[in-house]
Design a protein around this ligand. Structure first.
Ligand code: HEM
Ligand SMILES: *[C@@H]1O[C@H](CO)[C@@H](O)[C@H](O)[C@H]1NC(C)=O
Ligand SMILES: *[C@@H]1O[C@H](CO)[C@@H](O)[C@H](O)[C@H]1NC(C)=O
Length: 331
């Protein structure tokens, strides 16, 4: 009788533990299985970002583009194969602009040496994005990044097109795109602040911001016209910095640029077109520390979007290809 009760108690405890493990991610998830992982990833990110700050911007965007398509599951990392010739990374929102893949490869190699088969590519993307924000903010943004994401096996270019917001979206379309991922209006405004670093290709803003009427600052527009062809196309599509004032600093300058009408995209300018989002822009611009605190929380929230656990995913050996074989046998 006592033994039976004991077995029951153990079974219930195990079920509860499994349930809580599958419900969410944990800070320090690899503490027992790969204690140095976060240190290893940070060291790789540091090497690349100190050589080229733009790669840091790329890594921050990489997490966003991973998470909005099939959830944060490393699906954006998968290369084309004969069986899957059009993965996410080849879709227009990602190709040829998305960058930082070589950092993920280097981090994965280093992590595999220390703890083979233990750390997912999806978690490496999240750690690397967090670390890029840390270095570009000059160590100001310290984010505890939870982990435990699994890698997905599906990557489809048309899903990237359907789920990632294009730069010509207006404020309602932006709110809806983020709401579809469980992110609210404030998350959307706060995460848009990532456009305080990095670059954009002329093709991302010339057609709707320079060709016709727009609210863009006249002096800023003429500077952009000097850099960009009137009709940018592959092979003739230069890039410009997103933030002219502090181009490589991960700070709240973006919101001052929005207020000054010195931002590149319709989606950036759109934040002033609704009273609710305009108020958030002003708070982020004017209240010291406001944006930084909000950004930390929203970034972690984004990193939890549609995360895969249990049989939905795997720990990829190489971040660019799904593992061979079908681990769960029902494919
Ligand atoms: C709100 C909707 C958003 C739209 C419409 C949008 C659109 C874009 C576009 C068109 C580019 C330029 C790509 C190019 O031409 O090279 C870009 C760059 C960038 N985006 Fe966004 N984005 C949005 C939200 C975000 C979010 C949520 C993040 C991250 C938290 C982010 C981070 C970045 C970064 C860091 C860059 C610069 C990348 C680099 O230099 O390689 N964006 N975005
Ligand atoms: C990708 O998604 C589209 C639209 O959902 C679908 O029609 C297409 O068959 C998918 N491609 C692959 C290779 O699964
Ligand atoms: C945004 O665009 C959609 C689709 O074109 C349109 O229905 C909506 O009224 C627009 N909203 C605003 C605030 O302009």
């Amino acid at each position: 009788m006592a033994a039976a009760l004991m077995r029951l108690a153990v079974a219930v405890t195990c079920a509860l533990m499994l349930a809580s493990a599958s419900q969410g991610l944990e800070v320090g998830y690899y503490k027992k299985t790969c204690p140095r992982v976060e240190h290893i990833v940070r060291a790789e990110v540091k090497k690349f970002v100190y050589k080229n700050a733009g790669i840091g911007a790329g890594l921050i965007r990489l997490l966003f583009h991973d998470c909005f398509v099939q959830g944060c599951d490393g699906s954006v990392l998968l290369d084309p194969t004969p069986a899957n010739p059009q993965p996410e990374k080849l879709s227009p929102p990602n190709f040829p602009s998305l960058r930082g893949f070589e950092v993920i490869d280097a981090a994965k190699d280093a992590v595999e040496k220390a703890c083979p088969g233990t750390v997912s590519c999806a978690d490496i993307v999240a750690f690397a994005a967090r670390d890029a924000a840390y270095f570009l903010s000059r160590f100001y943004l310290k984010i505890d990044m939870p982990a435990g994401r699994l890698d997905g096996r599906v990557s489809n270019a048309s899903e990237a097109l359907d789920n990632l917001p294009p730069p010509f979206f207006n404020v309602t379309e932006l709110v809806d795109t983020f709401a579809a991922k469980g992110l609210d209006t404030e998350d959307m405004v706060v995460l848009s602040g990532a456009h305080t670093v990095g670059r954009a290709h002329c093709s991302s803003f010339v057609p709707d911001r320079l060709a016709g009427p727009s609210d863009i600052d006249a002096g800023f527009a003429s500077a952009l016209r000097r850099r960009c062809p009137a009709d940018p196309a592959p092979g003739n599509d230069p890039t410009v910095n997103q933030d002219l004032v502090t181009p490589n600093a991960f700070d709240n300058q973006y919101y001052k640029d929005v207020l000054a009408h010195k931002v590149l995209f319709t989606s950036d300018a759109a934040l002033l077109t609704a009273p609710e989002t305009a108020k958030m822009v002003r708070d982020n611009a004017y209240i010291p520390g406001w944006w930084e605190d909000k950004f930390k929380a929203a970034f972690v929230k984004m990193s939890r979007v549609e995360v895969k656990t249990g049989k939905q995913g795997e720990i990829r050996k190489n971040c660019r290809v799904v593992n061979h074989g079908h681990p769960h046998g029902h494919y």
